[in-house]
Design a protein around this ligand. Structure first.
Ligand SMILES: NC(=O)c1ccc[n+]([C@@H]2O[C@H](COP(=O)([O-])OP(=O)(O)OC[C@H]3O[C@@H](n4cnc5c(N)ncnc54)[C@H](OP(=O)(O)O)[C@@H]3O)[C@@H](O)[C@H]2O)c1
Length: 298
């Protein structure tokens, strides 16, 4: 029988690639999202599109009806205030709907440091959601704990253009696990299609190797043809002010400041150690070319 898999946030970076791969693998795919336009291409290829608000338990329960496996995540709009409340509502709705619809397996996109109950800023809701999902009796749960997304670096481009520097909160020489979202999606597809795992699992997705912002900046400088490009570490208060000026909600800026402190203190790291199982292929060397293309396209 065809496996039936619901993909939450199917218009997003990981969700879109996952839904596509599952269709190619012959699964029945239920693609969830809020925008018909963004899901039209998946619908044309055979996905059942289910539109609604992912904080609405009734909508999610109906979308999960008859579904064996769910790919779940907690989406966000970083310009909207009230991040922790909104993430809690989304998390509770997902867990209730999984329970009500009798879903058998969930692959949940989480983050490094989600094993910690607090002091991790933006990551805390993912800790809470891992706990909610693990509390559902009989549910098989795989938490994919990702490193920092390489795509976060798109946020550096306007600052390079305006100020001629790369500015962020990371310690300049601190090696950080950075991973491309396409590799996270591929790891999720592997977990979604693999019938061998059961119970409560955690897998990390770390990128090819840890890399510092100084090194990222050197690679970007080469790729952009800007040899003078330098990395500047912003102190926490300055980082939070800059993020709010750039349009993030003030509570999101403060939670990012807290997260940055956790990263710089070495609290956001692998708990298993690096291995072939948590190392992914896309390297920063090739990713910076995509960033440079976006920079040149303006
Ligand atoms: N950035 C990092 O370094 C990092 C690291 C580890 C884990 N994560 C986690 O990764 C997840 C993001 O995954 P992704 O990159 O695949 O997604 P994504 O591309 O960021 O998803 C974008 C889509 O989310 C939807 N969305 C935005 N705000 C929403 C809201 N308030 N309610 C419902 N939907 C909303 C919108 O889709 P529609 O308008 O079509 O509905 C938007 O197109 C988050 O849970 C994040 O915490 C991030």
């Amino acid at each position: 029988m065809q496996t039936s898999i619901a993909v939450m946030n199917a218009s997003g970076r990981t969700g879109q690639r996952i839904a596509q791969a599952l269709l190619n693998a012959g699964c029945r795919v239920v693609a969830l999202g809020r925008s018909a336009d963004k899901l039209a291409a998946l619908q044309e290829q055979g996905a059942d599109v289910c539109l609604g608000d992912p904080a609405d338990t009734a909508y999610l329960s109906a979308a999960f009806e008859g579904v064996h496996t769910v790919y779940g995540l907690l989406p966000y709009d970083l310009t909207e205030p009230g991040y922790l409340d909104s993430q809690r509502r989304l998390g509770e709705a997902m867990a209730s709907a999984v329970r009500q619809a009798g879903v058998k397996r969930v692959v949940f996109l989480s983050s490094l440091a989600a094993e910690q109950p607090g002091g991790t800023g933006m990551i805390r809701p993912m800790h809470d959601q891992e706990e909610r999902l693990r509390a559902i009796p009989g549910l098989d749960v795989m938490c994919l704990r990702a490193g920092a997304f390489m795509e976060n670096l798109y946020g550096a481009l306007p600052v390079i253009r305006e100020a001629g520097i790369v500015a962020d909160g990371f310690l300049p020489d601190l090696p950080v696990p950075m991973v491309a979202t396409r590799d996270i999606a591929d790891a999720a597809v592997q977990a979604l299609l693999d019938p061998a795992w059961h119970g409560q699992q955690v897998r990390e997705v770390l990128g090819p190797r840890d890399i510092s912002m100084n090194e990222v900046t050197r690679l970007l400088a080469q790729s952009l043809g800007l040899p003078q490009l330098a990395y500047v570490q912003l102190p926490r208060g300055e980082l939070e002010r800059a993020l709010t000026e750039a349009g993030l909600a003030p509570d999101v800026s403060a939670l990012t400041g807290e997260l940055m402190e956790a990263i710089n203190d070495g609290r956001v790291r692998t708990t298993f150690g690096r291995s072939a199982a948590n190392t992914t292929p896309t390297g920063m060397q090739s990713f910076v070319h995509e960033l440079a293309e976006a920079y040149r396209a303006g």
